[in-house]
Design a protein around this ligand. Structure first.
Ligand SMILES: C[S@@+](CC[C@H](N)C(=O)[O-])C[C@H]1O[C@@H](n2cnc3c(N)ncnc32)[C@H](O)[C@@H]1O
Length: 325
């Protein structure tokens, strides 16, 4: 995926998932991720200037601020930067009376940031840096970080539960988009259901050979999906597709074929975007070997690796935690 596609993809994602968290499902009292950010908050000073790379809608900043509030500390100054196009005002509104402590730069790649050298004492990222992990990004990150500053990154782990879920979902979306004829049969059935708007067609369609054949193919395709649902631990996208077909047929009957086709196309487009985002996550997730290579590169920039740990939640691997100075 090129940068423009990635930007559009994430911009659409944040439009639809403004209320969701990237850490959904792994946020728990026992999560090392919570502890990682708590430790980070403990190390911040009142005057600390913190930059959150690939901030999304500022979830990592939120965690640090919540920890500072819990610890009774003064709130530091936070800046978030992200490639996607997000309504900065809407994100800032989430910080209610702390808006003066936060600022966001969207449509901005971490490979080329509009900040002065040494502008930040702390640079953080939660499931972001790894999406753009290259020499130019590291050079830029260490440019904006003060000498003696600290970087704390949580990055995707190639063997984490999140990556496992992503692999399952990727298999399902690829099946639906490439291997199965489910959506093409649904599309062909839309005009059939639209004809049912006229009661005179009901009996006619029962005898219509083409309609009967399409229904048969639809049943075969749905049964294949249903059997995949039964054997999958994460069947959400398969289930959503079956539910979508019911909705689309109802729309065809009640509102006509055009609206139903539009809904189907919208769903397929979202699925395609989700498929490429998941693909990116799987590619971005780091194996231990890749993490060690990253640490070697960090040293070539004259920085130190303070710690490199496997983060867990309820005893499952969820990420790598990296602290650099
Ligand atoms: C998995 S989300 C993480 C968002 C956020 N850190 C969180 O924890 O909720 C990854 C984010 O990385 C951003 N991103 C990907 N490549 C980027 C780049 N080159 N520069 C800036 N942001 C980028 C995407 O726009 C997306 O918002």
């Amino acid at each position: 995926m090129n940068k423009i596609e990635r930007q559009q993809n994430w911009s659409n994602y944040w439009k639809k998932h403004f209320a969701d968290s990237c850490c959904q499902g792994i946020e728990s009292e026992n999560s090392d991720i919570e502890q990682f950010w708590l430790d980070c908050a403990l190390a911040l000073n009142t005057g600390s200037k913190v930059l959150d790379l690939c901030t999304g809608k500022g979830d990592a900043i939120r965690k640090l601020i919540d920890s500072q509030i819990k610890l009774g500390r003064d709130i530091s100054s936070f800046t978030g930067v992200d490639l996607s196009e997000v309504d900065k005002g809407k994100v800032k509104d989430k910080f209610t009376d702390l808006t003066k402590n936060v600022d966001f730069f969207y449509n901005t790649s971490i490979e080329d940031m509009p900040f002065k050298s040494g502008a930040f004492d702390v640079v953080i990222s939660q499931f972001g840096l790894e999406y753009s992990l290259n020499h130019q990004t590291l050079k830029e990150v260490f440019r904006v970080l003060t000498e003696g500053g600290t970087a704390r990154f949580i990055v995707h782990h190639a063997e984490s539960v999140l990556t496992d879920v992503a692999k399952d979902e990727h298999q399902h979306t690829t099946y639906l988009l490439e291997d199965s004829s489910f959506f093409s049969v649904v599309e062909k059935l839309i005009p059939v259901f639209a004809k049912l708007r006229n009661p005179a067609n009901i009996e006619k369609l029962k005898q219509d050979k083409e309609a009967i054949e399409l229904r048969k193919r639809f049943n075969i395709e749905s049964n294949l999906i249903a059997s995949k649902i039964e054997s999958s631990a994460i069947p959400d996208v398969l289930q959503e597709s079956l539910t979508l077909s019911d909705l689309v047929f109802r729309m065809a009957r009640e509102q006509g074929a055009a609206k139903a086709k539009e809904k189907l196309q919208e769903f397929i487009k979202e699925l395609e975007q989700s498929n490429s985002r998941i693909e990116e996550l799987i590619e971005a997730a780091l194996t231990k070997k890749e993490l060690i290579e990253l640490c070697d590169t960090v040293k070539q920039f004259g920085r130190n690796v303070e710690s490199m740990i496997e983060l867990r939640s309820d005893n499952h691997k969820v990420a790598w935690g990296l602290i650099l100075s």
